[in-house]
Design a protein around this ligand. Structure first.
Ligand code: 0A1
Ligand code: ZN
Length: 894
């Protein structure tokens, strides 16, 4: 299973394929031990490329036969490639027939054709199709597919592939067949098949244009009662894409199938999306509000790929963000548009920015930093990153900011007019946006704007304001810089849209008037920073204002604004921009966290002062703010985010400081938390809408705070109430929040609650994942988490082969629990090294993700730093690593 020699693939080396494949006729005789695949292709030479041999990719295949135009032919193997040197000259179509076998039941890496719980699934992105048959496994080769599936009828009653079912019937020996034809050309990474015992929730819909469609969500028979939300999300997605972008569903039938063994979230195969069960299955008894929200956005994401990814696809994998950045942007907009209230949209924006800052900013500052459009890779699977996805989405969002919402829709329209049915580049997308908006800042600045695609690293924007009382003017100077990243020592200035408002001392929004504008404007004005440094002078300003900068997080940058506490308190109390209101609270908390972390000696007992606590009380008790927004403001910045602000990181000290702050916040606001819990705990019948979701989130937070405070005082009332709530809760969100309150606060009742929880949900895999994750992610108390995690690995329900389960224990500990993972005795790193190596033996993709848990080792204080380097070096020293893990550890050590 080990891969061939490590070769670096470079974007600049792209050449068009020597052949095009026009049609593919695939027949499968499905058998877990030995599946036979007959692949008949019609191909032709690419007239634009010099004549050369045909080199087909293959991996882990047994080759039985190759026929060219019906006759045997000579071929050779070059590593994993099948090379045909003597194909007929000229440009006439060539019939190529290749017969191979593979062993799906032995496919533990879950790429290509594999078996999960007795059902066949495929995963072909990025380079999995070559594990099914020999092919030109690259996204710019688009073909028409006909697929015939044959299998035992009892074991595999449902046979699915892309497109339309054109024929089905019985075969001898209890077997049956189904023939599918996909009316759309597609790259092979969008191929899919599914065969097994499945049931479907079905819904017929009529689109705006009058076309009828059949929507289906396929699951295992016991899971039907968990499919309603996914179906509703799918219907909402179809409606939204047509309404917002005029993009209709182009298939008679659209299928979603859920599998419990999946490396990622989901996959947008044409007409046959395959999903991790985590992003399909939900009912109020087993799924939390977060699960419901994630399902909505992942169902949307995969559906939106049907246009952004499938109708127009990527020329090569360096262009991955062409489809991923754009599709994340679309799913974010979809979720926001489904919110009835503006405040709920702001909450969604804050949540998205939080993901960007806690995951993407560290990536952009670490050894794996790469541009949104990378220049090289060893293993493309390592580049399905938060940079390509989330930062890519921010780049698209900035385009929308620069051309406006209507201009953006016009750009999308032009993009499809130009490129429908082809495989293109990020440049093509940006060009269409600019061309559709010729008078925009985007068109004017396009070459410079595209540095967002080519330069890695998070820009730093410094803002300095000077008030001139005599001139009644306020001058704001913005200065940008960007630290070097691997392979990019010097950076050119970016195009940075900075949305700005001004508040007066009372918190009122001021009119904005620049010297050369005739009309003052109220509200927000977006300035486009293009130079290293630029100044803007506002006139007619009566007193020194408080600037609200980077409203709505208008660019993916770090803003250094040198605010005073008083200014931040004013923004927190009054800013009309909800994002900056939240941001002000985070800055206040961060400032206090950093002071306590940097202080000499033991962690201060009371890192928080009366001003901060009073401001938090005001937010918590605020008569009109949303519960969801309050919960976000009252949540302290995460440990990973705090770590990124420091040059030298002591994860245990960060953890201790943050926990101390949390306890202080819990105790100082005790009565307020009690009020908040009582006022928000009852929400009537369960509905996963933003309003009641927010109320449950705030009630859950209050309960945790009350249990934390009770730990200090020895009070038994709140833990008792939490335990009661845990038992009585009418939905998983409330139940899990109560369980989590007990676990997080280290209450003795937690053990009993955990045991009960397991007993109730022992047959619900996704709930048991939560049970594992909660324990592996619990706050460390005297080093208790690692021994608990080691025990969890021996739990009868633990299964390293199942990615969700492996993530629930191992990633929750190594990647999401820094205070417990970074230990003075290095035993956390030993655990990490063992698991990386163990996983790499059968699933390199998952192993490589885990390997990234130590990306930021160079920032660590001693003794962590040396111990972490040692652990990475030990992994790197293993001779038979996968390319996936080797690339990650090699970069980490560079
Ligand atoms: N295109 C998918 C992500 C994806 C990528 C690779 C996979 O291989 C295991 C699976 C899924 C998306 O963006 O949703
Ligand atoms: Zn995607």
């Amino acid at each position: 299973m080990r891969e061939g020699p490590t070769t670096v693939v470079r974007r600049e080396d792209y050449t068009a394929p020597a052949y095009w494949i026009d049609t593919v006729d695939l027949s499968f005789d499905l058998d877990p031990a030995k599946t036979r695949v007959l692949n008949k292709m019609r191909l032709r030479r690419n007239p634009d490329v010099a004549a050369q041999a045909l080199r087909l990719d293959g991996e882990d295949l047994n080759l039985a036969r190759v026929l060219v135009n019906g006759a045997g032919c000579s071929f050779k193997m070059d590593g994993n490639q099948l090379v045909l040197e003597n194909l007929p000259d000229g440009y006439a179509p060539i019939e190529l027939e290749i017969f191979t076998t593979c062993a799906p039941e032995k496919n533990t890496q879950l790429m290509g054709l594999y078996v999960s719980q007795g059902t066949f699934f495929t995963q072909c992105e990025a380079e999995g199709f070559r594990r099914i048959t020999y092919f030109l496994d690259r996204p710019d080769v688009m073909a028409s597919y006909t697929v015939t599936l044959r299998a035992d009828k009892k074991l595999y009653p449902v046979l699915l592939s892309n497109g339309n079912l054109v024929e089905e019937g019985a075969l001898p020996d209890g077997r049956h067949f189904a023939k599918w034809v996909d009316p759309h050309k597609k790259p092979c990474y969008l191929f899919a098949l599914v065969a097994g015992q499945l049931v479907a929730r079905e819904q017929r819909i009529r689109a705006r244009n009058g076309n009828d469609h059949l929507l289906q969500v396929y699951v295992r028979p016991g899971d039907m009662d968990k499919t309603e939300h996914a179906m509703n999300s799918l219907i909402a997605s179809v409606i939204w894409d047509e309404a917002r972008f005029g993009l209709p569903l182009d298939l008679e039938r659209f299928m979603i199938v859920a599998t419990s063994d999946f490396n990622m979230g989901a996959m947008e195969n044409k007409g046959l999306n395959i999903f991790n069960t985590k992003y399909v299955l939900a009912n109020s008894a087993t799924a939390t509000d977060t699960d419901f929200a994630n399902i909505e956005s992942v169902v949307g994401h995969e559906y939106f790929h049907n246009w952004t990814g499938n109708r127009v696809t990527c020329r090569d994998w360096f262009q991955l963000s062409l489809k991923e950045g754009l599709t994340v942007f679309r799913d974010q907009e979809f979720s926001m548009d489904l919110c009835a209230e503006a405040s709920a949209r702001a909450v969604k924006r804050i949540e998205d920015v939080r993901v960007l800052r806690t995951a993407q900013f560290p990536e952009d500052a670490g050894p794996m930093a790469h541009p949104v459009r990378p220049d090289s890779y060893v293993e493309i699977n390592n580049f399905y990153t938060v940079t390509v996805y989330e930062k890519g989405a921010e780049v698209v969002r900035m385009m929308q900011t620069l051309v406006g919402r209507a201009g953006f829709a016009a750009g999308m329209k032009l993009y499809f007019e130009r490129h429908d049915g082809s495989a293109v580049t990020c440049d093509d997308f940006a060009q269409a946006m600019a061309d559709a908006n010729p008078d925009s800042d985007l068109a004017r600045l396009l070459p410079q704007f595209k540095r967002w695609y080519s330069q890695a690293g998070t820009p730093l924007v410094q803002a300095r304001g000077v008030y001139d009382a005599a001139a009644r003017s306020y001058t704001l100077t913005l200065t940008q810089s960007c630290a070097p990243t691997p392979g990019q020592a010097a950076k050119e200035p970016f195009v940075i849209p900075v949305a700005i408002g001004l508040l007066d001392a009372q918190g009122n929004q001021l009119p904005l008037q620049l010297a050369h504008w005739n009309q003052p404007e109220t509200g927000t004005r977006t300035f486009v920073l293009t130079q290293d440094s630029e100044s803007f002078t506002f006139v007619n300003v009566d007193a020194e204002p408080v600037p609200s900068i980077l409203r709505g997080f208008s660019a993916p940058v770090v803003l250094d604004a040198e605010y005073t506490d008083a200014q931040l308190l004013s923004l927190l109390a009054h800013d009309t921009d909800a994002f900056n209101r939240w941001e002000a609270g985070q800055r206040l908390a961060l400032r206090r966290a950093l002071a306590a972390i940097r202080a000499e000696g033991p962690v201060p007992h009371e890192p928080l002062d009366a001003a901060y606590l009073g401001a938090m009380r005001d937010v918590l008790r605020h008569p009109t703010l949303d519960a969801a927004f309050k919960e976000l403001v009252l949540t302290l910045p995460g440990e990973t985010y705090i770590a990124e602000q420091l040059d030298v990181v002591d994860p245990q000290r960060i953890h201790a400081v943050r926990e101390t702050m949390r306890e202080q916040l819990a105790e100082a606001l005790l009565d307020d938390w009690a009020w908040a819990y009582e006022a928000h705990k009852d929400n009537g019948a369960y509905r996963p809408d933003p309003l009641s979701t927010g109320r449950r989130a705030l009630a859950g937070m209050a309960l945790t705070m009350l249990c934390l405070a009770a730990r200090e005082t020895g009070d038994a009332v709140w833990p008792g109430k939490a335990y009661q709530r845990f038992k009585d809760a009418g939905n998983m969100t409330d139940r899990f929040n109560a369980l989590s309150a007990l676990v997080v606060s280290g209450q003795p009742l937690a053990q009993d609650a955990l045991a009960r929880f397991h007993a109730i949900f022992r047959n619900e895999a996704l709930v048991i994942d939560k049970w594992f994750a909660l324990q592996a992610g619990a706050p460390d108390r005297g080093g208790n988490v690692l021994p608990a995690v080691r025990q969890l690995l021996n739990h009868p329900d633990f299964n390293l082969k199942n990615p969700n389960r492996a993530r629930s224990v191992i990633f929750s500990y190594c990647s999401a629990n820094p205070g417990a993972f970074h230990r003075n005795d290095a035993s956390g790193y030993v655990f990490w090294r063992e698991r990386v190596i163990e996983l790499d033996a059968f699933n390199p993709q998952v192993a490589a993700r885990l390997a990234r848990a130590l990306d930021r080792w160079k920032k660590l204080a001693e003794p962590y730093r040396s111990a972490a380097r040692e652990a990475i070096a030990r992994v790197a020293a293993k001779p038979d690593l996968s390319n996936d893990v080797r690339e990650v550890v090699t970069r980490a050590l560079a």
